[in-house]
Write a protein that binds this ligand. Structure first.
Ligand code: HPA
Ligand code: ZN
Length: 334
């Protein structure tokens, strides 16, 4: 692969489907808010300024500590602006982000609407500035349990529309079962929302099957452990259930030892719809440009493969078809 080919790949217009809103906050942004609010967060940062955690479970704790300084709708609006400026710089033309009512008003519908308005205003400004399109996916948090998830689902249902277009679940996959959250996913589906859930990152392929069979999701967050179950890969392919694969996150957290051991290529070869995202870019020391460059080098993927990944992503995006067509046009530019 020549430097010119790499340059082309890295600068392609991109669709990103799997980011956690607060997880996109640069450490300096969180430190700045902590200082303003006189909160001592020194224990979650390393001397070099990056986030400090030992493993995924400690990451979830550090994540919640970092998020604790985002206290008002204005804080979330500032974060939204920062995220979309950086995303536009990465060549992202369409972004979906997981937003949790638990962190935006504690699951209260009235408070959630205020947070959401502030975030949407900031997203509209970024659209005017950069042309970038954002959609929100309301997300419950698995380790907060099914009752808190119902609050998140009610918030999602109350604000479902052309901006909040999906419902999902993040958090600790080792807690409870997918089916414990069926009420919330049914509530969101009835409100017209598309569905996704984290599955098959830390648990095996049976978790992915549960997500499909018990929750009826349209997409899977990660889903990469499906690679060890050929029948499951075929099921995902047949039903066109798209995986939101986050290779850099998986390698950084040790799900796979290195990118050349990552199953994204195997899944793709089997016909499973796969896409590429960053998850929580500053936490995992990644960006979309870095993901594209590393994948191109490791798997010798050229421009055509990345164009196909982006086509898969926009086809699986939770936006309306008018938006999908407009973004597709941008992706198809030579
Ligand atoms: N995975 C699961 N839950 C999360 C994450 C993540 O990367 N970030 C924030 N919540
Ligand atoms: Zn995630």
């Amino acid at each position: 692969m020549t430097e010119e080919e790499l340059h082309t790949v890295v600068h392609l217009p991109k669709v990103e489907l799997h980011t956690h809103f607060e997880g996109c906050a640069p450490p300096a942004f969180i430190r700045g808010l902590a200082k303003e609010k006189k909160v001592d967060l020194s224990k979650i940062f390393r001397p070099d300024g990056s986030y400090d955690y030992r493993d995924f479970w400690h990451f979830l704790e550090v994540y919640e500590a970092a998020t604790s300084v985002l206290k008002s709708p204005e804080d979330f609006a500032r974060l939204c602006k920062a995220i979309l400026d950086e995303s536009a710089d990465q060549g992202i033309v369409y972004l979906e982000s997981f937003i949790s009512p638990d962190f935006c008003g504690g699951g209260d519908v009235g408070a959630w609407k205020e947070y959401l308005h502030a975030i949407q205003d900031a997203a509209a400004e970024a659209r005017r500035d950069h042309g970038i399109v954002m959609r929100g996916v309301v997300t419950c948090i698995r380790h907060f349990g099914p009752e808190k998830a119902k609050d998140a689902a009610r918030c999602a249902a109350e604000t479902a529309g052309d901006w909040i277009t999906g419902f999902g679940m993040g958090g600790d996959e080792k807690q409870g079962k997918q089916r414990d959250f069926a009420w919330s996913f049914d509530c969101a589906r009835e409100a017209g929302l598309k569905l996704t859930t984290h599955a098959g990152e830390w648990n095996g392929p049976s978790e992915v099957r549960d997500a499909v069979e018990d929750l009826g999701v349209d997409r899977i967050g990660h889903g990469v452990n499906a690679h060890s179950d050929p029948a499951l890969m075929d099921l995902l392919a047949e039903r066109n259930i798209t995986l939101e694969v986050c290779p850099g996150s998986n390698v950084f957290l040790g799900v796979f030892g290195a990118l050349d051991q990552h199953p994204i290529q195997k899944l793709r070869a089997r016909g499973v719809p796969v896409t590429v995202s960053t998850d929580d870019p500053p936490f995992f020391h990644t960006t979309m440009k870095k993901e594209y460059e590393a994948l191109a080098r490791t798997f010798r993927w050229g421009e055509e493969v990345f164009r196909e990944l982006n086509k898969t992503a926009i086809d699986a995006a939770f936006c309306d078809d008018t938006t999908r067509a407009a973004v597709t046009k941008i992706l198809e530019r030579p």
